[in-house]
Ligand binder design. Structure first.
Ligand code: HEM
Length: 477
């Protein structure tokens, strides 16, 4: 690791560019997404609006269950994706006076999602902010790529529990209990769970945009190392568990090493927590997602540090591949009581009622009913005719936007925003290239891979016959 820091200190660091496996494909060659100019034809056709693709191909009113996996597999996927990728979006108007929340025009940095079908409160368009572009020009990649718009990863690319500790010093200090001089993380000063266990601290900018219970005290958005912590109840519950685990381990370390400074306790605990994140992801998560054979073949056991490997997250991974998980989102959040039955006081909820609603943790029994639900209920299966649940294509909640959003359309539009090459090019250049060497054994391992691969209908074959194609099924053109 030391060698790495000396040789390539920016590789995989927070706020560096997402790397490209293939050059970007922009409409003007450099920065405008495909579909920016409606007059422009692609292979002789106008690109269909992302929302139309979502409604006609991707949305599903129901989802089957896949008994082989618990819902925790899905929720760990979301949690760990937040540890390694966060593509910041342009919030400024880049010098123009256009408001991306209101406009239906393609004006930088807005690239609204046009809709032929009116949505509740969304006449014509859903807001879309283009991802922030990187100002750094990297000539190592060749002149063509150097001039193309690149996007950033605000998180560190390493699985290092940055979702717990933050990816910059200011945030890290805010999250620590520095006055306590105990190496612990700060906890919520207002609320505790029914058994006296701590919650995450609230954000500092109040009032926050999180949804509220109509009665009683406000419950603000939580803060953690990743700012998406309040997006859903399982995600918040996992963040809360890690906060408690850090503080538990810090206390134990202090007990056996009375002479350690608070800084030493904090850093040693952080190392353990980071290692636990890596173990869970590589031992328990990744082999279930890509299949044990593929895992053995392409990843295998850790063979030590290799300074020639650039660990940066790839653009296609953040903007498409890892978003495969969106097709595994369940429309219902189960909450279970101590007997693992539906909790009488806190029943199951439709997903949209759980988004950005941390009050449901604080006022509805803590994280336990949610955690029992995610370990005690089966994950959703994916098939060609049941991709994304309509809870996220018709009723997705995004903070600071009153409109109900469509996650499938956001993914497609994001792929265009990032200039991700289309399926055919990606397939021919990546899947069959020596650079990545996807051999036939990879394809034949599909039985062990995601549930999506279980039904090999013609349509599935077009959309996701292998993980490789999954990387592009969200980049549609
Ligand atoms: C209830 C569950 C989930 C919700 C509500 C959700 C919502 C979202 C939203 C709103 C975005 C930003 C879309 C955009 O503007 O481009 C996003 C991005 C993303 N999601 Fe999810 N997601 C969920 C679950 C998952 C799961 C299970 C995975 C993976 C297994 C996942 C992986 C990702 C990734 C990799 C990104 C891109 C992150 C970035 O680089 O910024 N998500 N998700």
């Amino acid at each position: 690791m030391f060698l790495f820091v000396r040789q390539n200190p920016r590789w995989g660091a927070a706020n560096t560019a997402l790397v490209r496996w293939l050059p970007a494909e922009y409409e003007d060659g450099e920065s405008e997404p495909k579909g920016w100019n409606p007059e422009r034809l692609h292979n002789g056709f106008q690109l269909p609006p992302a929302r139309t693709v979502s409604r006609e191909i991707m949305t599903s009113a129901s989802k089957w269950k896949d008994d082989s996996y618990s819902q925790l597999l899905v929720d760990w996927g979301q949690y760990i994706s937040h540890d390694i990728t966060l593509t910041p979006q342009s919030t400024s108007t880049d010098g123009s006076d256009v408001d991306c929340l209101k406009t239906c025009e393609n004006v930088h940095p807005c690239f609204p999602i046009k809709s032929m079908v009116l949505m509740f409160l969304s006449p014509g368009c859903m807001p879309f902010f283009r991802s922030t572009s990187d100002c750094f020009v990297n000539f190592q990649s060749g002149i063509r790529q150097a001039l193309q718009r690149q996007q950033l990863n605000a998180m560190t690319s390493f699985i290092d529990a940055s979702a717990v500790y933050g990816h910059n010093q200011k945030l890290e200090s805010f999250l620590r209990d520095l006055p306590g001089r105990n190496g612990k993380l700060a906890v919520n000063a207002r609320f505790k769970d029914p058994k006296g266990r701590p919650y995450l601290p609230f954000v500092t900018k109040l009032p926050s945009a999180c949804h509220q219970d109509l009665q009683g005290e406000r419950v603000e958005c939580f803060s953690a190392g990743d700012n998406r912590v309040s997006e859903g109840l399982p995600l918040t519950s996992l963040h809360t568990l890690w906060l408690r685990e850090h503080n538990r381990i810090a206390e134990a370390l202090k007990h056996i090493n009375g002479h350690w400074s608070p800084e030493m306790i904090y850093q040693e605990t952080r190392k353990i927590i980071g290692a636990l994140h890596q173990i869970i992801t590589l031992r328990d998560y990744a082999p279930k997602i890509i299949g044990p054979e593929s895992f053995k073949h392409y990843i295998g056991p850790y063979r030590g540090y290799d300074p020639s490997v650039d660990p940066s997250i790839a653009n296609v991974f953040a903007a498409a591949a890892f978003r495969f998980g969106h097709a595994t989102i369940s429309p219902i959040l189960c909450r279970l009581n101590e007997s693992f039955q539906e909790d009488e006081r806190f029943p199951h909820l439709r997903l949209h009622n759980t988004l950005f609603s941390p009050w449901r943790i604080v006022k509805e029994g803590g994280i336990e009913p949610v955690l029992r639900g995610v370990i005690g209920s089966a994950a959703s299966a994916v098939s060609a005719d049941m991709l994304l649940a309509d809870e996220v294509t018709e009723r997705l909640v995004v903070l600071d936007t009153l409109k109900q959003m469509d996650l499938a359309a956001l993914n497609l539009q994001r792929g265009r925003d990032h200039g991700l090459p289309g399926k055919i090019l990606a397939e021919s250049q990546i899947c069959h290239s020596n650079a990545i060497r996807l051999s036939s054994s990879y394809q034949s391992d599909s039985n062990h891979s995601t549930p999506c691969l279980k039904k090999q209908t013609k349509k599935t074959h077009i959309i996701c016959p292998s993980l490789c194609q999954q990387t592009v099924f969200l980049s549609d053109h």
